[in-house]
Ligand binder design. Sequence first.
Ligand code: HEM
Length: 242
Amino acid sequence: MAVGRFYLSCLMLGSLGLLCILFTIYWMRYWHNGFAWNVSDLRFNWHPVLMVTGMVVLYGAASLVYRVPQSWVGPKLPWKALHAALHLLAFILTVVGLVAVFSAHNKKHISNLYSLHSWVGITTVFLFACQWFLGFTIFLLPWASPWQRSLLKPIHVFFGAFILSLAIASVVSGINEKLFFSLTNVTKPYSSLPSEAVFANTTGMLVVIFGLLVLYILLASSWKRPEPGILTNRQPLLHDGE
Ligand code: HEM
């Protein structure tokens, strides 16, 4: 039952993640003239899309690798490598998303890192970089002792969920800020809930729901990789045809 529910949740999660990305792309295309790297306003538009794709959707998928029941049996190394590789891809997209906004700001002589959104955002990315580097050196490279790994594991798990929560806060504050900047028309202000606001608010809600679902799957104990001694009791879950 638990395995069946897990795959159903993954299907919902995948569709929801795709929807988050498509909604962000549509918002930038329909209301903000689409994408181009050589025009600073259009270069900015890559920022929300790459941040939602990298820091939320790919990050979420990468975090759930050890919840896949097939990862509970057999060698752990391929799953570790997949976990690290997906997170690396998420990090690369995130960095390109940051380059887009910093360079667009610099080109228009707008100050950097003045808003609450940018403070929360840069903290999120900094923690993500530390988390990836530490995770890679301690869990993937062979030199750390089992004692060091078991010491870092709960910290790694805590920060994994914490960084995702911060990423969701960054997205919500970023969407809000963009709407405040864009919806300046006095006859159709933000408070009159024009169609762009409805659409962007919906996008934000989808991201929040996606993030909560990832956190739920991460924290639900029946979907966690069993510790070595308990593994044999849970193995039937893999073969009961659900
Ligand atoms: C995890 C997701 C996100 C992170 C980590 C993040 C991070 C950042 C950072 C660090 C800046 C500062 C750039 C500078 O000072 O030059 C920034 C700027 C900005 N971001 Fe995001 N962002 C994220 C998502 C979004 C989203 C979804 C939007 C929605 C449109 C958005 C809208 C903005 C806007 C309008 C700015 C320029 C104003 C400002 O500096 O606050 N961001 N973002």
